[in-house]
Design a protein around this ligand. Structure first.
Ligand SMILES: [Zn+2]
Length: 282
């Protein structure tokens, strides 16, 4: 069972270290998953604590589910590099970064596979898949069940503790430059677990116009963040304004933006006789 105290993680298999590669106050809006492309959690943590790395993350998540925290969650770490998302650039300033111990893309070598640093992996440690931003099938180092379980647990804990809006991969915010955490990691499932939790907490509205533009800011001139919402689309109200409100499309945790209030209608709360069962993850 993990918990957070003074922006530091506490719980089984959690250790604290302090990286010098950090700076500035962080109010995170996003949670970003990575793989280390390294050979062990320990070696990756060592590197991310080395000033020469000029890189870091908040957490390194090992293959046994062990977690090494390198900086408190309210301090900026250097995991994203050149990156952008939802109109923001330099995502270090907006996100908590989790590095997962994983060798990344592997090369086929006879019956086995090798990593970029020369370690050999059996076929059972490999996932053959196409990256969502690539058309070619590649060999990816598999994550362990313990690691994936912890990744879910961390997302739920961090979303309950901080005003986070979305789960992202480095591959999403540095598209074309980065491929992590890659197709071996169930990023979509982590995102929907957290989106489900989010949507449970916010009032639901439905779109009553034929189509409703969803924009990056409460302004008719702001960019559209997604195709216009069709009549009947359900949204969760995240932030209510006088004329505009920030909403998230129900079931699509990655679609969030501002819509004009006049075209929304509240969905009546469920009848008290049938209280909504709260989905609770493991
Ligand atoms: Zn990364």
């Amino acid at each position: 069972m993990l918990s957070i105290k003074n922006h530091l993680l506490e719980g089984d298999l959690v250790t604290q270290r302090s990286t010098p590669n950090k700076g500035g106050k962080l109010v995170a809006e996003y949670l970003v998953y990575h793989y280390t492309a390294g050979s062990s959690a320990r070696s990756s943590a060592d590197w991310l604590c080395n000033p020469a790395a000029k890189a870091s993350a908040h957490l390194v998540l090992g293959r046994e589910g062990e977690i090494i925290q390198l900086a408190p969650f309210n301090v900026v770490t250097w995991h994203a590099g050149i990156s952008h998302w939802a109109g923001l650039t330099g995502m270090n300033n907006y996100s908590i970064g989790i590095e997962m111990d994983n060798a990344g893309i592997l090369k086929s070598a006879g019956d086995a596979y090798t990593s970029s640093f020369g370690k050999v992996y059996p076929r059972s440690d490999v996932v053959l898949a196409k990256h969502k931003h690539d058309s070619v099938e590649r060999a990816w180092h598999a994550y362990t069940a313990a690691q994936i379980e912890r990744a879910f647990e961390l997302a739920e804990l961090l979303f309950s503790h901080y005003p986070l809006k979305e789960v992202l991969g480095h591959e999403d915010i540095a598209r074309g430059r980065k491929s992590d955490p890659g197709p071996a990691f169930p990023l979509g499932s982590v995102a929907s677990r957290v989106a489900g939790r989010l949507e449970d907490d916010f009032p639901r509205y439905v779109v009553i116009s034929t189509s409703l533009n969803i924009r990056s800011a409460p302004d008719a001139a702001a960019a559209m963040v997604a195709p216009a919402l069709k009549k009947g689309t359900e949204v969760a109200l995240l932030e209510a304004g006088e004329r505009w409100s920030r909403v998230e499309v129900v079931g699509k945790g990655d679609t969030e933006g501002w819509v004009f209030n006049a075209y929304l209608q509240a969905v009546p709360a469920a009848a008290p006789a049938k209280p909504k069962a709260k989905a609770k993850g493991g």
